[in-house]
Write a protein that binds this ligand. Structure first.
Ligand SMILES: [Zn+2]
Length: 312
């Protein structure tokens, strides 16, 4: 059973400045943490991602927005939203980030790697159809979900987002498609202010799980588990995707959830077990937030180990 670790050095060329919470050090910390687990490091298939094409980005985004980002970056970069900046490397970074998820989808369907973790930045889950938002340029996971349906005939795709912030962009990019089910657990009230439980999307294919800050760890785990259960009741996905934001770890500067590394180990194993019963184990995970770089990197390692060892 092959688990892939997918990344691209271009993801480090999205230069937001070291004062920005979403800085390149987040990504650099991951291979460093992985080297501390040589057994895992040697067992993973290390894959350098391709760059998504403009047509592939336009699976989920307005073509004119894709061109706007491309042209802004070509002109040297600039600001796209209050929190979202670009530099001259941002186009290559963002297309590599989306391309990583597309490669992961290809690899799970052609059998090269049943499960993958995409260590990418910028993150994606706040990006809207025609707007950047919240550090995100393109909706990596949402694009991947539509791509899996179009390119590989995946009928149903389940997306689980455990980032501490609502995946408002992912919701906006998938809620029109009833065969994509989206589960997002997030701190409430908190940025970006969307995602109340009543917001189920027009097809009722969205499960928002707003949660107060500083609750006992198990409360978050139980809430996410029961939302996944609801989203998959009499509905079996052909692919499971995870928006793996690790700003839901205790101590993250941009969130106040209390999750620990062990919780991500457990959640990952449970989702892998379910993926095995639903769809031959196919699972694609991509990094979203996580702003304490060393903790985030350790969580990524725990997550990757659990992708390969579903049973405790
Ligand atoms: Zn976040």
């Amino acid at each position: 059973m092959t688990i892939a670790y997918i990344s691209h050095s271009d993801c480090g060329r999205h230069d937001t400045g070291w004062a920005h919470p979403e800085h390149v050090g987040r990504l650099v910390a991951i291979p460093r943490a992985l080297r501390a687990d040589p057994e895992l490091m040697l067992s993973l298939l290390h894959h350098e991602s391709r760059h998504a094409t403009e047509a592939e980005l336009a699976i989920a985004h307005a073509p004119e927005y894709v061109r706007q980002v491309r042209d802004l970056v070509a002109a040297g970069g600039g600001r796209l939203d209050a929190d979202t900046v670009t530099s001259e490397g941002s186009w290559d970074a963002a297309t590599a980030g989306a391309g990583a998820v597309l490669d992961a989808v290809d690899m799970t369907f052609d059998g090269r790697a049943i499960r993958s973790f995409c260590a990418v930045r910028p993150p994606g889950h706040h990006a809207l159809r025609a707007h950047a938002m919240g550090f995100c340029l393109f909706g990596n996971v949402a694009i991947g979900a539509h791509y899996a349906r179009q390119k590989h005939g995946a009928g149903r795709v389940l997306i689980v987002d455990w980032d501490v912030h609502h995946g408002n962009g992912t919701q906006a990019l998938v809620e029109h498609e009833p065969d994509i089910h989206f589960v997002s657990m997030h701190q409430w009230p908190w940025y970006p202010g969307t995602g109340p439980a009543e917001d189920r999307g027009s097809h009722r294919n969205v499960w928002n799980v707003p949660m107060r800050a500083n609750l006992p760890r198990a409360t978050y785990v139980d809430a996410l588990r029961s939302a996944v259960d609801s989203a998959t009741e009499k509905w079996t996905p052909d692919l499971v995707m995870i928006s793996a934001g690790f700003d839901s770890l205790a101590g993250d500067p941009l969130g106040a959830f209390t999750l620990e590394l062990e919780d991500f180990d457990l959640l990952t194993r449970e989702l892998v077990q379910r993926a095995e019963s639903w769809c031959g184990g196919r699972l694609v995970s991509a990094l979203e937030g996580g702003y304490e770089p060393e903790r985030t990197a350790r969580a990524c390692v725990v997550h990757m180990r659990a992708l390969g060892e579903p049973r405790a």
